[in-house]
Design a binder for this molecule. Structure first.
Ligand SMILES: C[S@@+](CC[C@H](N)C(=O)[O-])C[C@H]1O[C@@H](n2cnc3c(N)ncnc32)[C@H](O)[C@@H]1O
Length: 286
């Protein structure tokens, strides 16, 4: 499945105003991701917040590291404008946060210019995780860290199944497995990767409430394989019927598998020391 970047940009731009009111899970995961920093002794001078959205985590990062210069980066300019409008005149005066409208897969930053790459619930929107993590590794200073959360494959499985019974289009984005993310980190030479996952179940009175919430946070289906044009009422009613199979204790569940990860940019290699990944050892010599 390929993400249509123009659509991503448009749907998040349209969601900018109502995002904060609907993004309960995103805030909860953001808080949990930030809590992890309490156990890691770092003092970053420059932090890149990738997919900063309306700036919830950006503001908390600034509070945690008041001396740090933060780059809040997002593909949707409207999200960044909203984030900026929420910052106090004092922090604007001190100019500690800058806003960058760009794609996480092609960062407009020099090599080795940040100490931490932070990203809450954004990596599920990129097309090529290898490219993206390689970009993160490229902009990190030696010894810098990346810390992120993203969604795993069980996310929205009920909605995916309900749609699969109705038509052959993709209606829910594909999410990458924790192990594959771990492998990718190794491949791009990020050191000491640590991954874990956590499950959340949100409940809704009906499938329309879930769909409304996804729309409010900009989480549309933006794959190239999506159905074009309006979805007919008959098909929506069929999705509703299919989803009812999951009803339990008078509510409809929506599963979210949240994957957390962190890793380090390798410190400068010592002369005579060569890092070789397991994959390279197993590859037959040409
Ligand atoms: C679910 S929101 C998370 C926002 C924020 N991190 C939070 O915790 O509230 C995902 C954000 O990633 C941005 N985004 C999606 N694809 C992106 C890409 N390829 N590059 C940069 N930002 C992207 C969206 O515009 C959106 O603001």
């Amino acid at each position: 499945m390929k993400i249509d970047k123009h659509q991503t940009q448009r749907s998040f731009a349209r969601a900018a105003e109502q995002y904060d009111a609907a993004a309960v899970l995103q805030r909860e995961v953001g808080n949990r991701l930030l809590e992890r920093l309490d156990y890691i002794r770092v003092n970053p001078a420059t932090i890149l917040d990738v997919g900063a959205g309306t700036g919830y985590c950006t503001a908390l990062l600034q509070k945690k590291y008041p001396k740090a210069h933060i780059l809040a980066l997002d593909i949707a300019q409207a999200m960044l404008l909203h984030a900026r409008s929420k910052t106090s005149w004092w922090s604007r005066l001190r100019n500690k946060t800058d806003y960058v409208c760009a794609d996480a897969e092609t960062l407009p930053l020099a090599d080795h210019c940040v100490d931490m790459v932070f990203s809450n619930l954004t990596l599920q929107w990129v097309n090529d995780l290898d490219t993206t993590l390689r970009e993160f590794a490229r902009v990190l200073r030696p010894g810098g860290m990346i810390l992120f959360s993203t969604f795993g494959p069980d996310t929205l499985m009920e909605l995916r199944e309900a749609w699969q019974a109705v038509d052959a289009f993709t209606h829910v984005n594909a999410f990458i497995d924790l192990h594959d993310i771990g492998d990718t980190m190794m491949r791009v030479r990020l050191a000491e990767p640590v991954m874990d996952a956590e499950r959340f179940t949100l409940t809704y009175p009906d499938v329309y409430s879930l769909m409304r919430e996804l729309k409010a946070i900009g989480a549309h289906n933006v794959t190239h394989e999506r159905a074009r044009g309006l979805t007919g009422k008959t098909r929506i009613r069929r999705v509703e019927q299919e989803y009812e199979r999951f009803r339990h204790a008078d509510v409809l569940p929506a599963s979210y598998e949240v994957v957390y990860g962190h890793a380090w940019a390798p410190v400068q290699q010592q002369p005579g020391v060569v890092n070789i990944t397991l994959e390279q050892i197993h590859k037959p010599v040409a």
